[in-house]
Design a protein around this ligand. Structure first.
Ligand code: SAM
Length: 238
């Protein structure tokens, strides 16, 4: 199965099942729709809250900021962020998930889009992507999206939960053991990226770059993932 189409089908099917249930989603449902109920990333809401706090603090998101998310899914992260900032916008390639996001988010800027097609305008103070880069087809796609996010951001970019190329084989073994017979998911595969690639790209774009280990310690995936923070001149929190 083609990796890109395979993951698209997984996410779109999740959204369709939720829409068929026909009830209005709460945060727990939104978090499950983001995949944080799988064998390798089962999280309780406290863990998700820790991730939210980390995103807000590391990017110094404040009440005057407008925040955009690439790959926003059903809107779990933006739903929490919209109460902490001036406004949110987002996009995702799965139409069923965007339909749910439209029910729970207070924004006019929601669209069904491939991450690589996200328009640079309108620009936002902060542009984030949480748990999305692992589903991209290849590194070239990931660098293109990063560059686009940097152009869309006035101040800062945050890319959270990237698979670390340095620990790929160990992570694959953990995932294989966790999924066992569920061949489809392991077959589709995930993308692993070199930390140095982000540092080099940020340098080329004239941005500063900080890379940190994942804070989602309740997830089996966390040990193998990192977060990327990139700041335009003057955009770095003190
Ligand atoms: C783990 S979920 C995270 C959802 C959301 N970012 C959050 O934190 O709640 C991954 C999301 O990435 C989206 N996605 C994966 N590949 C994508 C792509 N190439 N373009 C746009 N969205 C993509 C999926 O549809 C899914 O909603």
């Amino acid at each position: 199965m083609n990796g890109r189409q395979g993951w698209f089908d997984v996410w779109q099917a999740k959204g369709k099942r939720a829409l068929a249930e026909g009830r209005s989603p709460g945060l727990r449902d939104l978090v499950a729709l983001s995949g944080y109920d799988s064998p390798t990333s089962a999280l309780d809401l406290n863990q998700y809250d820790r991730q939210l706090r980390h995103i807000v603090d590391s990017l110094a998101i404040g009440p005057d900021d407008h925040v955009y998310e690439v790959g926003c899914g059903a809107g779990a992260l933006l739903w929490s962020l919209q109460n902490l900032c001036a406004g949110v916008g987002g996009s995702d390639y799965a139409p069923a998930l965007v339909e749910i996001a439209a029910m729970v988010l207070d924004t006019d800027d929601l669209a069904v889009l491939e991450a690589r097609e996200v328009p640079v305008e309108p620009r936002y103070d902060v542009v984030v992507s949480n748990g999305v880069f692992v589903y991209f087809p290849d590194a070239e796609y990931a660098w293109d999206v990063t560059e686009r996010m940097a152009a869309k951001a006035r101040r800062a970019v945050g890319i959270f939960d990237v698979n670390d190329l340095a620990t790929r084989e160990e992570h694959r073994a953990v995932r294989g053991a966790a999924y066992g017979h569920n061949a489809v998911r392991t077959e589709i595969g995930q993308l692993y990226l070199d930390r140095a690639g982000f540092v080099e790209l940020a340098g080329r774009l004239g941005m500063t770059c900080v890379i940190e280990d994942s804070v989602m310690t309740g997830s089996a995936n966390a040990r193998f993932r990192y977060n990327v923070l990139m700041f335009h001149t003057g955009g770095r929190p003190r």
